[in-house]
Design a protein around this ligand. Structure first.
Ligand code: EPU
Length: 429
């Protein structure tokens, strides 16, 4: 572990709870789009400019990886515009430890394979939700003509040439959909991905690739058609979409604290599954062109939620919404429809007095009680966001350790919360 990482590991957030959030917050660029668009730049013949890049740990890690591979990467303008010159990339090997830190590194597989017809990449990491297979990514690469072997945690892929093919995904996978798009953009002929993921960041990556010279059609539906091109000239710019999950986290925090918050720089359509649930809970929502105001004055009603691929309720908002349901009248349930083990954070909430029972993929939440501040840990990124929301509504002081997880995906989280009236500080040691 580098000294800098160790320092972040020992940092904690101290939250004094029970303050209403009030005011305006501006949402940053989407993490899950940025961590795909940055590796996608490997495929380009010349420089690209990426705007609205969130300044989060996962982006810093990917910047370092690209630089090690030979790219020139710099930030400009408010530090959120990233300029990548990929010409100098001369290695198809990305087999180093940093890759295991984040899921987005899996996109190095598709991008390096697409550029060199060859790739050697360390097995990707990411948050621990139980088994996170990559069989659908591999199935796609093989269909395009790659031969694949796995040795000592490194995936090795070679192809004499990549040829477009029909690929039916057995499960709806964001990662596999994006990775296959990356490998297929420069393949010969047409690739058709069926049962593709429809998440906003899948569409954003397709828009980035098309802006750079690719021919990708249908992103946002469950059939994506990619007509291979011989070159991706690049030379232009793309702006990352707003972060649906950061926006949702602030909407939930506003509702949980009985607040009144205008969440700005978002695409309200991306928020529909959450907006509908908040309304069902009795939260008032005002929708504008690129913002949503959340006003929570009245008692919150219980609801049942099931997480599903987009446009269903996002699994990444499941942990923070569980905290909100602790405040609702009556018994609510959450069924996790995407990952096997995404309720580990519940044990931390129980330390604060939450009444939640988990049976496999279902959590039963008895609402109406009060949470009380306690020392708790962020066990993963969104579990960390849930810990913060719990701290905001708890009686007394909450101390959150493992802040490094939260820094992976939320830009200026504390500052944004403080601007809304929260009492949250970062301490060291
Ligand atoms: N799956 C397979 N085989 C595969 C790929 C996936 O069986 O080859 C299964 C997974 O085990 C899971 C389901 O398919 O049950 C969906 O997984 P998906 O591939 O869609 O997830 P991912 O690409 O690994 C991305 C986000 C996650 C988000 C999920 C679901 C990134 C970098 N990560 O992960 O984001 O939860 O999609 O929407 O885009 C987060 O931001 O905190 C986060 C975890």
């Amino acid at each position: 572990m580098k000294t800098e990482d160790w320092c972040i590991c020992v940092e904690r957030l101290i939250i004094k709870g029970q303050r209403r959030l009030k005011g305006e917050v501006t949402i940053s660029g989407a993490k899950n789009a940025a961590v795909a668009v940055i590796p996608a730049s490997i495929l380009l013949d010349s420089q690209c400019t990426i705007e609205n890049v969130p300044r989060i740990k996962d982006v810093d890690v990917l910047k370092n990886i690209l630089e090690v591979l030979g790219a020139k990467v710099r930030f400009e303008k408010n530090n959120t515009t990233m300029i990548i010159e990929p010409k100098g990339i001369n290695s198809y090997k990305a087999d180093f430890d940093e890759i295991g830190q984040l899921r987005g590194s899996s996109y190095l597989m598709g991008a390096l394979l697409g550029r060199f017809n060859r790739a050697e990449v360390t097995f990707p990491g990411g948050c621990d939700f139980g088994n996170r297979p990559i069989d659908q990514h591999i199935k796609g690469f093989e269909a395009l003509g790659a031969k694949i072997s796995i040795h000592h945690g490194t995936i090795k892929m070679t192809a004499s040439k990549l040829i477009g093919a029909p690929i039916y995904l057995d499960v709806v996978s964001v990662g596999a959909t994006i990775n296959i798009m990356l490998a297929a953009v420069k393949a010969e002929g047409q690739t058709v991905i069926e049962n593709a993921a429809k998440e906003p960041h899948v569409v954003d990556v397709a828009n980035f690739l098309n802006a750079m010279g690719a021919n990708v059609k249908g992103a946002g539906t469950d059939v994506i058609k990619i007509n291979g091109v011989t070159t991706l000239p690049g030379g232009t710019f793309h702006s990352i979409i707003p972060d649906q999950i950061e926006a949702g986290t602030f909407m939930i925090a506003a509702a949980a604290t009985k607040g009144d918050v205008l969440v700005k720089n978002i695409i309200p359509k991306h928020m529909e599954s959450l907006t509908a649930k908040l309304q069902e809970m009795n939260v008032k929502i005002e929708e504008f062109d690129d913002s949503i105001r959340v006003i929570a004055k009245d008692k919150l009603c219980k609801v049942n939620i099931k997480t599903l691929p987009y446009p269903g309720f996002p699994t990444d908002l499941q942990p923070p919404v569980a905290v909100l349901l602790c405040k609702a009248d009556g018994t609510s349930t959450i069924t996790e429809g995407i990952f096997d083990k995404r309720f580990q954070y519940v044990d931390e909430l129980k330390r604060m007095g939450a009444n939640i029972k988990v049976e496999g993929r279902i959590a039963v939440i008895e609402g109406g009680g009060k949470l009380s501040g306690a020392p708790i840990k962020a066990l993963d990124l969104r579990g960390g966001a849930a810990a913060v929301v719990a701290g905001l509504i708890a009686v007394g002081e909450t101390e959150i350790s493992n802040v490094i997880y939260i820094d992976r995906g939320y830009e200026n989280f504390e500052e944004k919360l403080r601007n809304l009236g929260a009492s949250i500080t970062r301490v060291n040691g």
